[in-house]
Design a binder for this molecule. Structure first.
Ligand code: SAM
Length: 218
């Protein structure tokens, strides 16, 4: 995470999170396609969030939408385990967390037409020119996003970084089979769009952010 050290969540090294029933084994990202019905024990539609951070968005959304299943994917172990512990403490049955790198995971482990919504909020912007190739949202990512979305499913992205926003807009506009849609509001709190930690921090700082949504059509 860019500007918050793992110390903000009392570092997993000192505290053992209880992730029982929420955290998937990392081998789930190494063994072919994920069986969502097996993972959740039902066939409800699945939404996925990439880069959950501390899990604030998923906590709210999964509480509000018990009829849906949610998979959070987070690379940073401490945030992944912290989020899983939060969801367990909240008694949420419809959320799972997986610690993995999103790009290979999407490519190798998620079936075609299997995701209702893909949420990506405040992805790392990698502002230095020489690091831009590390940004998550590139043409290859958007191609995978479209492949895994159900027809009518949505990719929703919010960022605070203007240059990254322009890149995201370009790659989403140029991707075949995705149509731009109005940005759906995910938070019912006044002044928020998605209700993540980064959004709240930026609102407090008076900083601008930008969102895009696109729907898969066939
Ligand atoms: C800037 S933080 C935003 C966290 C949260 N979405 C929010 O808005 O508060 C970006 C998060 O994405 C995670 N991340 C970055 N690249 C990732 C990847 N390739 N796969 C999974 N998670 C990733 C980082 O570890 C970090 O927690």
């Amino acid at each position: 995470m860019r500007s918050q050290s793992p110390g903000h969540v009392n570092s997993g090294a000192k505290r053992q999170w209880d992730t029982t029933g929420v955290l998937l084994d990392e081998s789930a990202a190494a063994g072919g396609l994920i069986d969502f019905a097996g993972v959740f024990g039902n066939k409800a539609p699945v939404e996925m969030e990439i880069g959950t951070g501390k899990g604030t968005f998923l906590l709210e959304r999964a509480t509000q939408r018990p009829e849906l299943n949610f998979l959070g994917v987070e690379w940073a172990k401490v945030y992944c385990h912290y989020s899983a512990d939060r969801f367990r403490r909240a008694g949420l049955q419809n959320v799972r967390m997986l610690r993995t790198d999103a790009m290979p995971f999407l490519t190798n482990c998620i079936a075609d037409n299997s995701i209702l919504r893909l949420h990506v909020y405040f992805p790392d912007p990698w502002p230095k020119k020489r690091h831009r190739c590390r940004r998550l949202i590139q043409p290859g990512f958007v191609k995978q996003a479209r492949r895994i979305l159900m027809p009518g499913g949505q990719l929703i992205v919010v960022t605070d970084h203007m240059d990254y926003f322009e890149q995201i807009r370009r790659v989403m506009r140029d991707a075949p089979g995705l149509a731009s849609t109005p940005l759906p509001r995910m938070s019912d709190k006044s002044g928020e769009i998605v209700g993540t930690n980064f959004e709240r921090k930026y609102i407090a700082q008076g900083r601008a952010f930008y969102g895009l949504a696109a729907m898969k059509y066939v």
